[in-house]
Design a protein around this ligand. Structure first.
Ligand SMILES: Nc1ncnc2c1ncn2[C@@H]1O[C@H](COP(=O)(O)OP(=O)(O)O)[C@@H](O)[C@H]1O
Ligand SMILES: [Mg+2]
Length: 282
């Protein structure tokens, strides 16, 4: 049985570089339920390995193209999620419906007081009773004082996540957190990226330009997802992922609105995958 629909692969096509998956298929791929895709000309290609615990992902693209919109359903694949919000109050992140807190759990679960502590008490209960826990950590950032509190909060969250373990940690607007001028959490984040894998913690980062963040973010990632952007920036990502940047650039050039390309690590790491998440609505 063949699924050939057109004249066959274009002349000289030895390797399939790009496949398209609808978003349901895309999530199935990451979850390990879909191992093959069928190309336009009916060729069956093996996809890269699924998204394993401890495996990092990087999402890179200009602001407003849908990084956070993409991140939310991806994080939905994981049972325990800490989404760190350096913007303080990202509206797309809020549409996830995750519990938002501006404080970490106080010492000892039993001494929890106040609104955020009540939220943590519920989170703790959910975990104890086998339900998922997905939490956004981030407070207001309008005054200098609030900015400083936010830095302390995110810094504390990194340490807390490392000690409690088991979380998938998502860093939205990662460049804000890692920039020396802004939050200066780069060293802490790098340590987390390196040590997290052994602890089974996956780190997902999203940011606007490779030049602005630690190269660890993309080098430690098994998969990078990119949106159309400057050629030099794509080059840096492709290089870090061990792919020919021209393959990435050509595919990126053709992307319809709201689509992105996921680039698995390594030339033999499987084809790049184009998909489009649904709008979060609300
Ligand atoms: N896949 C999509 N389909 C339709 N609209 C989208 C999609 N992704 C993003 N958008 C629109 O773009 C806006 C910005 O998306 P967002 O995910 O916040 O971008 P980013 O995080 O890259 O800055 C969203 O509020 C939504 O209206
Ligand atoms: Mg965003």
């Amino acid at each position: 049985l063949t699924l050939l629909t057109s004249a066959g692969p274009p002349p000289g096509a030895g390797t399939v570089h790009v496949v398209w998956l609808n978003f349901g298929q895309y999530l199935d791929w990451l979850a390990g339920k879909l191992r093959y895709a069928v190309t336009e000309w009916g060729e069956r290609v093996e996809l890269a390995p699924p998204w394993k615990p401890g495996e990092h992902k990087a999402l890179i693209g200009p602001t407003g193209l849908g990084k956070t919109t993409f991140a939310v359903p991806i994080l939905g694949l994981r049972k325990y999620v800490l989404a760190l919000d350096p913007k303080g109050n990202d509206s797309t992140l809020s549409k996830s419906g995750y519990t938002r807190v501006a404080e970490l759990p106080a010492r000892g679960w039993r001494s929890l007081r106040g609104e955020d502590q009540a939220a943590w008490r519920q989170i703790r209960k959910d975990i104890d009773e086998g339900r998922p826990a997905r939490v956004i950590i981030g407070g207001p950032s309008r005054t200098d004082e609030q900015d400083n509190a936010l830095v302390r909060l995110l810094s504390g969250a990194l340490t807390w996540a490392r000690h409690t373990g088991g979380w998938t940690v998502y860093f939205d607007e990662f460049e804000l957190a890692s920039s020396q001028r802004m939050m200066n959490l780069r060293d802490q984040i790098d340590r987390m990226l390196i040590s997290a894998r052994d602890a089974g913690i996956s780190v997902v980062t999203s940011y606007q330009a490779q030049a602005w963040v630690s190269h660890h973010a993309v080098r430690q990632a098994r998969k990078a997802t990119v949106w159309p952007q400057d050629g030099e920036m794509l080059k840096a990502v492709a290089q870090a992922m061990g792919r020919d940047w021209r393959d990435v650039a050509v595919a990126c050039d053709e992307l319809p609105a709201w689509h992105c390309i996921t680039v698995p690590q390594g030339k033999r790491g499987g084809p790049m995958v184009i998909t489009r998440p649904p709008d979060l609505g609300g």
